[in-house]
Design a protein around this ligand. Structure first.
Ligand code: SF4
Length: 206
């Protein structure tokens, strides 16, 4: 498993103190991605699944949730499945499991739910012309996420997030809002970083 970073978070799983790990690789390219350079550079991969297990063990009194983000975690689906299986079935204390995904690999996510290896999911809903959808039909991906959410949101917690420019209001904005209201799922807007912020992150990224 290739992981670029492991850290604590109070934001990534509501009500829980979470251990978060950022996985390498992504199958799409959003032009606002704040860590694309990092997650696509496999040379940056300093950690693996053993480091995650060690961090959970060391923080057994601290963590109540484990969150996989990236990049797109499902790009390493076999390793992710094995890790969540170990954490759920072999670790001595109970810990909630969450994935942050762009929604392009729903078959894998439904398998995780059916095998009781997932308690929460955040979908990154892509809007407008902010994404390079060369390999995917963006409308279809969004449609599939909506249908998936309808099917599973009574079984596990699901939320939607979108990263948008401050003044963005495309035609799909209303549709997504309407769908989130209908299903009863939270849709959280994250404001797009400014050019200045992106520059700073690029410098940190090296
Ligand atoms: S899906 Fe996420 S990790 Fe991948 S490019 Fe977009 S914002 Fe970055």
């Amino acid at each position: 498993m290739k992981i670029v970073r492991i850290g604590d978070s109070l934001n990534e799983y509501e009500g829980e103190f979470a251990l978060v790990f950022w996985m390498c690789g992504c199958n799409i390219h959003c032009n606002y991605c704040y860590n694309y350079k990092t997650v696509m550079n496999l040379a940056n991969s300093k950690f693996n699944e053993m480091d995650v297990i060690k961090a959970i063990t060391d923080g057994a009194d601290l963590y109540s949730a484990l969150v996989a983000t990236g990049g797109e975690p499902t790009c390493q689906q076999d390793d992710l499945y094995k890790l969540f299986e170990v954490v759920r079935c072999k670790m001595p204390h109970s810990i909630k499991l969450k994935i942050h995904s762009n929604g392009t690999n729903l078959n894998f996510l439904s398998e995780m739910i059916n095998d009781d290896l997932l308690d929460s999911l955040t979908f990154d809903i892509k809007l407008g012309d902010l994404v390079d959808w060369k390999l995917f039909d963006g409308d279809k991906v969004t449609y599939n996420i909506i249908e998936f959410t309808k099917r599973f949101h009574n079984i596990i917690n699901i939320e939607w997030r979108s990263t948008l420019p401050i003044d963005y209001s495309g035609p799909d904005t209303r549709n997504i809002k309407m769908q989130s209201n209908k299903i009863g799922v939270d849709w959280i807007r994250q404001t797009l970083l400014t050019e200045e912020d992106l520059k700073k992150i690029g410098e940190l990224d090296g």
